[in-house]
Design a protein around this ligand. Structure first.
Ligand SMILES: Cc1ncc(COP(=O)(O)O)c(C=O)c1O
Length: 448
C-alpha cells in the first residue's frame, strides 16, 4: 500500500480530495513513506512529536510499563507512574499548581479546566459566574465546548446551534494590532479591551479567562507584549476570575522554557498541557490546579466532579514520564531554546525579504509565517485562492511538512504556516528546513 485516496480503504479521511502517503516509519525529525520518500517533519505533526520519531529510549520505557500494568481505573487505584508524572510536573510548575489530572487530549483537558473553574465558583457561593472569556484569534480544541471557546468561525460552520455562548476579547497579535508600538503600548491596549469586555457582560458573571501564553496556529506563534499577562491577571484577580493557561501547543519546552507561562510572566490558576507532553507516543494531556483551590472543593462537595475512562491511566502517563526523562537526560529544553534562537533568526533573515511574506514571528521552536497579497497594506490573499494549501502541497512534494492555518486575518481570509519541528532538531537540520521552505515558497510564488 503506497498511498490512499478516497474512496480507497475504510478510514474516514480528513480530506476527501487529496492523496495520503502511507508512512512506514520515522527516525528523529524525519518520516518515511511506503514509496521510500523522506519528509522533514517541520511541524512535529501538529507540534506534537517533541522527542522525535522512532525514539527507542521512550518507546522501551512505555513498553515496560504496558507489561507491568496498562490500565486501571482512577475510581479504584493509582499507580507509581501516574504519581511520578504528577510529582515531576508539579515540582516545576508555576507557583501554587500542585495537583495534576491526566486525560487523553487537549480538548478534554481544557473542558476539565473550565469545569473545575465553574465548580469552584459554585462552591464559593457564586453560581452567577456562568461565563468564560476567550481570545480571538485563539484555539482551544474541537469538542463542542472547546470549539465554542475557539475563535475559528470556519470550524464552527454547521455546529452553531450545538455550541455554547462564550464571550471573546481580542488577543495580542503584533502584525495586525494597528498599534504604532506593540511592545510599548500593547499590554495596556489589550488589558483595556479585556476590562471593557468584562464591564459589558458584568465581571461577576465570569468564571474564567482562558488564554494561550504564546498563541498557537491561530495566530502563528504570536508572543504577547511585555507586561500583558501581568496586567490581565491583575484585572482577573480584582474581579475574582480564574485564569486558565492553555499550554497545549506552546508548553513542554516548545518556547525554550518548559512552561510557556514562565516565559511570558503568567502565574495561572489552572494550566493545561497536551501534545508534546507525550510527544505522540500516547494520547496524553494534563490539567494542573492549585492546591488551595482543590482544598476548597474538598471542604465543599468533597472533590472535583469529573471523570473519564482514561483519567490517570498508566498507559498514557508512562509516555509522559518517559518523555520527561528523555528531556532531562538530553537537556532538551535548553537545547530547544538554543536551536530555537537559530530557527527564529534564520527564518527572519531568509523569508522576510521575499515577496508576500508579511510577517515572521515566534519564540523558541515555535514560529509563524504569514503570507499576504500586499505587504504594504497587509491585505490577505482572498481565501478562494487557497494560497497556504497550494504552498503546503509544493513543500510536501519537496519533502517538508509544515502546519497551516487560514482565516485569522478577518475571520475568512488569511494564510499562515506554523513551523514547530521536534525539539531534538539540530542547527544543520534547521538550516535544511529553512532552505526547503524558502525554495518551495519562491517556486510556488513564481508559479501562482
Ligand atoms: C492551544 C490548543 N489548545 C487545545 C487544543 C486541542 O487539543 P486536541 O486536539 O488534543 O484536543 C489544541 C490543538 O491543536 C491547541 O493548539
Amino acid at each position: 500500500m503506497n498511498a490512499i485516496r478516497y474512496p480507497d480503504g475504510n478510514v474516514l479521511l480528513r480530506n476527501l480530495s487529496r492523496e495520503f502517503p502511507v508512512v512506514t516509519h520515522g527516525e528523529g525529525v524525519y518520516l518515511y513513506d511506503a514509496q521510500g520518500r523522506r519528509y522533514l517533519d517541520g511541524s512535529a505533526g501538529a507540534l506534537v512529536a517533541s522527542v522525535g520519531h522512532g525514539n527507542r529510549e521512550v518507546a522501551d520505557r512505555i513498553h515496560a510499563q504496558l507489561l507491568q500494568v496498562a490500565y486501571v481505573n482512577g475510581t479504584h487505584f493509582t499507580t507509581e507512574v501516574t504519581e511520578a508524572l504528577a510529582a515531576r510536573l508539579c515540582a516545576h510548575a508555576p507557583a501554587g499548581l500542585r495537583r495534576a489530572a491526566f486525560l487523553g487530549s487537549g480538548s478534554e483537558a481544557i473542558e476539565a479546566a473550565v469545569k473545575f473553574a465553574r465548580q469552584l465558583c459554585v462552591e464559593r457561593g457564586q453560581p452567577q459566574r456562568t461565563r468564560v472569556i476567550t481570545r480571538v484569534p485563539g484555539y482551544h480544541g474541537n469538542t463542542l465546548y472547546a470549539l465554542s471557546m475557539s475563535g475559528r468561525p470556519h470550524y464552527q460552520t454547521f455546529f452553531g446551534p450545538l455550541l455554547s455562548e462564550v464571550v471573546t476579547t481580542p488577543a495580542p497579535y503584533p502584525y495586525r494590532c494597528g498599534l504604532e508600538d506593540y511592545a510599548r503600548d500593547g499590554a495596556a491596549h489589550y488589558a483595556r479591551l479585556l476590562e471593557e469586555t468584562l464591564q459589558r457582560v458584568g465581571p461577576d458573571t465570569v468564571a474564567a479567562f482562558v488564554a494561550e501564553p504564546v498563541i498557537g496556529s491561530s495566530a502563528g506563534a504570536a508572543v504577547p507584549p511585555p507586561g500583558y499577562f501581568e496586567q490581565v491577571s491583575a484585572i482577573c484577580r480584582r474581579h475574582g476570575i480564574l485564569v486558565i493557561a492553555d499550554e497545549v501547543m506552546c508548553g513542554c519546552g516548545r518556547t525554550g522554557r518548559f512552561f510557556a507561562s514562565d516565559q511570558v510572566g503568567l502565574t495561572p490558576d489552572l494550566l493545561v498541557l497536551g501534545k508534546g507532553l507525550s510527544g505522540g507516543y500516547a494520547p496524553l494531556s494534563a490539567v494542573l490546579v492549585r492546591e488551595d483551590h482543590l482544598e476548597e472543593l474538598r471542604q465543599g462537595s468533597g472533590g472535583f466532579m469529573h471523570a473519564q475512562t482514561y483519567l490517570q491511566a498508566p498507559c498514557m502517563t508512562a509516555a509522559g514520564v518517559a518523555v520527561l526523562d528523555y528531556y532531562e537526560r538530553h537537556d532538551l529544553v535548553a537545547h530547544a531554546a538554543r536551536v530555537g534562537a537559530h530557527l527564529q533568526r534564520r527564518l527572519r533573515e531568509v523569508l522576510l525579504p521575499l515577496p508576500h511574506v508579511g510577517s515572521v514571528q515566534g519564540v523558541g521552536l515555535m514560529a509563524g509565517v504569514e503570507l499576504v497579497e500586499d505587504k504594504a497594506t497587509k491585505r490577505p490573499f482572498p481565501r478562494t485562492r487557497k494560497v497556504v494549501e497550494g504552498l503546503l502541497a509544493e513543500l510536501f512534494s519537496r519533502g517538508l511538512v509544515l502546519w497551516p492555518n487560514t482565516g485569522h486575518a478577518d475571520g475568512t481570509n488569511g494564510d499562515l504556516l506554523m513551523v514547530g519541528p521536534p525539539l531534538i532538531i539540530t542547527e544543520p537540520q534547521v538550516d535544511e528546513l529553512v532552505d526547503l521552505l524558502a525554495r518551495g515558497l519562491t517556486r510556488f510564488l513564481e508559479r501562482s
